[in-house]
Design a protein around this ligand. Structure first.
Ligand code: HEM
Length: 230
């Protein structure tokens, strides 16, 4: 039996939506946030501090990637004004059928999640009591009373993060129930073909190396207590 030949151009290809580094960063958050909570609950302070510094490094990378990464990773691609969010919520967004990456609402939820994690990790840098166990690497830069207040806030703010993550998971579940599978692209990087849409193309590994080096350098500098660079 002869199999009919299909011209290559006629075979619809999956569309690449998320690059591998964005996905690795994302799934690392899922690993790191519960680890941060567990290490704090069980007073594993050395591990808490190390994990926190890794989290800051990843957040720094994601922020830099928001300016240097592929199209869907860029803030300019997904941070939209209130008009775009309202149009999206009303189902009146222009070009919605061919849009890939974060929706205007997803863009704001991304900013909220990244911002909340960044604030929490930054508070942790100053938290702790030098006379009573472990401190963050920047704790010596603030007075004991200030560090005390920061520590309280650091403990309470975890629940804001937990709330944001709860909302995030509810939104993903909501879209899944409506037949919009957001999860598979965040795992594989690809979504089913959309006619006329090409996807983000190959990962810019040179720029990725620069972003990773900058983020790692910054986290290391913080780990050493942010010494003057002269
Ligand atoms: C600690 C837990 C989590 C945190 C902090 C978190 C955070 C984030 C952030 C910051 C983004 C934006 C991605 C980016 O542009 O960098 C995102 C997107 C996404 N997350 Fe999570 N996430 C968590 C857990 C999960 C879980 C458990 C799932 C799956 C069940 C999930 C599914 C997704 C999906 C599908 C997107 C893409 C949404 C879109 O298409 O706009 N996340 N998440």
């Amino acid at each position: 039996m002869t199999v009919p030949r299909v011209p290559p151009a006629a075979i619809a290809r999956d569309v690449r939506v998320w690059d591998p580094l964005l996905r690795i960063t994302h799934w690392s958050f899922l690993l790191l946030i519960p680890t941060m909570w567990w290490t704090a609950e069980n007073s594993k302070w050395a591990l808490h501090r190390q994990t926190g510094l890794v989290l800051i490094g990843l957040l720094m990378f994601r922020i830099i990637w928001g300016f240097m990464g592929p199209r869907t990773a860029r803030f300019s691609d997904f941070v939209k004004g209130p008009g775009a969010v309202i149009a999206y919520l009303r189902g009146q967004m222009a070009g919605a059928a061919t849009q890939i990456g974060h929706s205007p609402l997803g863009g704001w939820s991304t900013l909220a999640l990244l911002g909340a994690m960044l604030l929490q990790a930054s508070l942790g840098l100053f938290a702790g009591d030098p006379y009573d166990g472990m401190t963050g690497p920047l704790n010596p830069l603030v007075g004991v009373m200030t560090a005390d207040a920061i520590t309280e806030l650091h403990e309470t703010f975890f629940w804001v993060i937990a709330g944001f993550i709860g909302l995030h998971l509810t939104a993903i579940a909501f879209y899944t129930v409506r037949g919009d599978d957001l999860l598979s692209p965040m795992v594989s990087g690809d979504r089913p073909p959309i006619p006329g849409v090409a996807g983000i193309g190959p990962t810019p590994w040179g720029r990725a190396a620069v972003a990773l080096a900058l983020a790692a350098g910054f986290a290391l500098w913080l780990a050493y207590g942010a010494p003057p660079i002269t």
